[in-house]
Design a protein around this ligand. Structure first.
Ligand code: PLP
Length: 387
C-alpha cells in the first residue's frame, strides 16, 4: 500500500507540532527538568473530582444534548457574566466542547468556506493555523514583535488585511508570550473588526491567570458581541487539562452552526465530566485564586533568574509562560533549547514552535513546582555560564 497516496492532501500539507517533536527528545532524558509543558502541575481541586465521582456513582453515563447539559450551559452563562460581564443565554448561545481545542476547531469549521482568509497574531498557540488549513481556509499570520512586548497594533492588522478576510483569531492573554492587551489597544482591534466586517474568535483560556491588571474581553466592547465567538475553558486556571472541557458563547446562529459540526464529530461531552464542570465554575474561586498566587511567585522567580543570567525577559502579566530572548548568549532559540536539553538537562520549547518570529526566543513555563524551577534555573545558569 502506498500510504502517501492514501493520506488526504490537506493533511499531508500540515506540519507536525514543533512542541511534539521537541518532546520526543525530552522523553529520552529521564533526568531532565521540564519547563516545556503548558500544563498545571496541580491536581484538579478535590470538590471537582468528587463531583465527577459522584456523578458516576449516581449512574450518569448517558449522552447529553449535543450543545451540552443545559444545567452546565446555564452555569457557563452565569460564570462568564460574573467574571467577564458578558451576557449570553445558556439555552441558545452556549456550546460545550472537548476543550478549547475542539471548540475552536468547530468554530473554524462552522464559519470558514474554502478560500476564506483568517488572520491571527503570531507567535501563537500551535493549533490555529492547522485548523484553518483543515477547513480549507487560508491562514494569514500577523507578526508581533518583542520590542513592542508583542502587542497587536492597528497598523499590524492593516498591513496584513486583504480582501477575502473573514475571521480574526485573538488570544489574550497570549500563549506563548504571556502578553495581555491594554483596553485602548483592544478598542482599536474592535474598531478594525467592525470596519472590515470580521468575525472574531477570541480564545480567552488564560483569563483568570492574569496577575497584573484586569482581564477585559473584546466581546464586551460596543458592537462586538454580535461578531465575537468567546472561547473559554477550565483546563488551565482550574487545573483540569485531562477533563477536556471548553465552551463557546456566541449569537445563536453561530452556536447553531457549530452544533451541526460538533454533533457529527463528538455528539456530546461525557456527562460526568460536564457535571464536574458545573462544580468547577460554581464553587472553585478560592482554589483558582490560590493556584494563581502560586504561579505568580513562580513567575517572579523565573523572570528574576533569567534576567540574572543576562537573558532579555519581559514580565508576563498573565498565563504561566515566560518568553525570554536568548540571543545575548550568542545562540538562537532552537540551538539554545537543543543544547540546554543535552548539556543542562532542562527542557524549554524553541520559540519557532509558535511561529517564525519566535526565532530568537524560547518558551519556559512556570506551571512546575517552585523548587523544581529553582533547580532548573541553577542548571540553566551553569549552562549559560559555560557558553
Ligand atoms: N488555547 C490556548 C491559547 C492554549 O494555550 C491551549 C493549550 O495549551 C488551548 C487553547 C487548548 O486548551 P484545551 O485544553 O481547553 O483544549
Amino acid at each position: 500500500m502506498n500510504y502517501e497516496t492514501v493520506i488526504a492532501h490537506h493533511v499531508q500539507g500540515l506540519n507536525r507540532s514543533g512542541i511534539r517533536d521537541f518532546f520526543a527528545l525530552v522523553q529520552q532524558m529521564p533526568n531532565a527538568i521540564s519547563l516545556g509543558i503548558g500544563e498545571p502541575d496541580f491536581v484538579t481541586p478535590w470538590n471537582i473530582r468528587e463531583a465527577a465521582i459522584y456523578s458516576l456513582e449516581k449512574g450518569k453515563t448517558s449522552y447529553t444534548d449535543n450543545l451540552g447539559l443545559y444545567a452546565f450551559r446555564r452555569e457557563v452563562a452565569r460564570y462568564v457574566e460574573r467574571k467577564f460581564g458578558l451576557s449570553y443565554d445558556g439555552q441558545t448561545e452556549c456550546l460545550i466542547g472537548i476543550g478549547v481545542s475542539e471548540t475552536m476547531d468547530t468554530a473554524i469549521r462552522a464559519l470558514v468556506n474554502p478560500g476564506d482568509k483568517v488572520l491571527y497574531h503570531e507567535p501563537c498557540y500551535v493549533s490555529y493555523s492547522p485548523s484553518v488549513q483543515l477547513a480549507g481556509g487560508i491562514p494569514i499570520a500577523i507578526p508581533t514583535h518583542a520590542k513592542d512586548n508583542f502587542a497587536l497594533r492597528r497598523a499590524d492588522l492593516d498591513a496584513k488585511w486583504e480582501p477575502g478576510c473573514k475571521l480574526l483569531i485573538l488570544n489574550f492573554p497570549t500563549n506563548p508570550t504571556g502578553g495581555v492587551v491594554e483596553r485602548e489597544q483592544l478598542e482599536e482591534i474592535a474598531a478594525f473588526a467592525i470596519e472590515k466586517d470580521l468575525i472574531v474568535l477570541s480564545d480567552e483560556i488564560y483569563a483568570e491567570l492574569t496577575y497584573d491588571g484586569e482581564h477585559v474581553s473584546i466581546a464586551s466592547f460596543p458592537g462586538m458581541r454580535e461578531r465575537t465567538v468567546f472561547l473559554h475553558g477550565v483546563s488551565k486556571a482550574f487545573a483540569m487539562t485531562g477533563f477536556r472541557i471548553g465552551y463557546a458563547c456566541a449569537p445563536h446562529p453561530i452556536i447553531e452552526a457549530m452544533m451541526k459540526v460538533h454533533q457529527y464529530a463528538i455528539m456530546s461531552v461525557p456527562i460526568f465530566i460536564q457535571e464536574a464542570g458545573i462544580e468547577a465554575l460554581r464553587n472553585s474561586d478560592d482554589a483558582v485564586a490560590s493556584m494563581r498566587e502560586s504561579y505568580q511567585r513562580r513567575r517572579d522567580l523565573l523572570v528574576r533568574r533569567f534576567r540574572e543570567m543576562g537573558l532579555k525577559c519581559h514580565l508576563p502579566q498573565a498565563t504561566f509562560y515566560t518568553f525570554p530572548d536568548v540571543t545575548p548568549t550568542g545562540l538562537d532559540g532552537k540551538t539554545f533549547a537543543t543544547r540546554l536539553l543535552q548539556q543542562g538537562e532542562v527542557a524549554v520549547v524553541p520559540g519557532t514552535a509558535f511561529g517564525t518570529d519566535g526565532h530568537d526566543f524560547v518558551r519556559a513555563s512556570f506551571s512546575t513546582q517552585y523548587a523544581k524551577i529553582e533547580k532548573a534555573c541553577d542548571r540553566m545558569q551553569r549552562f549559560v555560564e559555560s557558553l
